[in-house]
Design a protein around this ligand. Structure first.
Ligand SMILES: Nc1ncnc2c1ncn2[C@@H]1O[C@H](COP(=O)(O)OP(=O)(O)OP(=O)(O)O)[C@@H](O)[C@H]1O
Length: 350
């Protein structure tokens, strides 16, 4: 199912404050899109608007090209899972899953055999066939989340809306369940919109990431583009650790304010600017007399971790373990930041 949202604006009740500010987005059939952004950015508000749980004052929403106004227009087509999903504690896993089918009006309700078959199929799909008769209290967090997903999928929706569904899980279970979710999405041909606080999760599981801030979309891009071409300094910082070097563009070079950080060529116009770079993109140069002292902080994931002491601060630098250099012996180096992105007034300039 495809979803199109156009110029969607929602105000806080009895206020002029915009919770969603002119959002236009398309979610094509089969897309797996993550909504990310800081707390209060409007991610849940957007998801609830798509779900039909809240009405927006301005804008339109279409599912498969059909305009949507009421919750009825969406019946059975959308599955939701929220972080604080509540399974019914007094019902078995099988009953929890079939609940959405059991409560359908008689004319629309499948026969008991069809419902039992559907539950069996979903339990297998969720890889928990042995848990049919178990009660929620004896399930692990990951198993409960699978039951919540099965329940959301029971009526055969083609759009899956997930709001922080893995928030309560520990990191290892979280990693396993998100890989499994991605496979499930592909297998069932779903369109999935996932709200997450976890940037790594978004980058790993989604084919597109929408970054929101203050009720607006600040960037809508593939994980690779978002990583390589962040449009704003906010996006650059939001997606991972970043170091900012203030400086001046002059005669075709970005000249950092701090000593021992090498200038590098750029095509952008002259004036003040910020160069932002990830710690693993900073390179160490051995040449030069006076250099920056490096403190060593161990290794992880194939990188040696240093902190380079500039005049007023320490800058993290991660160097591949395989790379050599005199700095390993001397404990001093110059910083090469030629891979930095340059921003002016918070917007990408190079
Ligand atoms: N019914 C409401 N009335 C007034 N303000 C609201 C209402 N619902 C949400 N808000 C406000 O709207 C803003 C966006 O909230 P929302 O829950 O969508 O953000 P979010 O990006 O999902 O944040 P989080 O990551 O913390 O869940 C917040 O400032 C919130 O306080």
């Amino acid at each position: 199912m495809s979803v199109h949202v156009e110029n969607l604006t929602r105000y806080a009740p009895a206020s002029q404050r915009k919770l969603l500010d002119d959002i236009t987005l398309t979610f094509p059939t089969g897309a797996f899109v993550a909504l990310v952004g800081p707390s209060g950015a409007g991610k849940t508000t957007l998801l609830r608007a798509i779900a039909g749980l809240d009405q927006c004052e301005e804008g339109t929403l279409t599912l498969n090209g059909n305009s949507l106004k009421t919750l009825q227009d969406r019946a059975g087509k959308i599955g939701f899972v929220f972080q604080n999903y509540a399974l019914f504690p007094h019902m078995t896993v099988a009953r929890n899953i079939s609940f959405g089918l059991d409560v359908l009006p008689r004319g629309k309700r499948p026969s008991p055999t069809e419902i039992a078959n559907r539950v069996k199929e979903l339990l297998e799909l969720m890889q928990i066939p042995a848990l049919a008769e178990a009660y929620p209290a004896r399930l692990s967090g990951g198993q409960r989340q699978r039951v919540a997903l099965a329940r959301a999928l029971a009526t055969g929706p083609t759009l899956l809306l997930l709001d922080e569904p893995f928030g309560a899980l520990d990191p290892i279970v979280r990693r396993t369940i998100r890989t499994w979710l991605r496979t499930l999405h592909d297998q069932l041909g779903l369109t999935t919109i996932l709200v997450t606080h976890d940037q790594e999760e978004a980058l790993e599981v989604a084919d597109r990431i929408v970054v929101m801030q203050n009720g607006r979309v600040v960037q809508d891009a593939s994980p690779t583009d978002l990583d390589e071409k962040p449009q704003t300094s906010f996006v650059m910082e939001f997606l991972g650790e970043a170091v900012t070097f203030k400086g001046q563009v002059k005669n075709g070079y970005f000249v950092p304010d701090e000593a021992h950080v090498a200038s590098f060529p750029t095509h952008i116009s002259e004036g003040r600017a910020d160069a932002m770079i990830r710690p693993f993109e900073i390179m160490l140069q051995d040449e030069g007399e006076a250099a920056v002292p490096l403190a060593t902080h161990g290794k992880s994931n194939g990188y040696r971790h240093y902190s380079a002491t500039l005049a007023g601060r320490a800058v993290p630098v991660f160097v591949p373990e395989t790379s050599g250099g005199a700095h390993i012996k001397t404990g001093c180096a110059h910083l090469n930041i030629q891979n930095a992105r340059i921003f002016r007034n918070g917007t990408r300039a190079n």
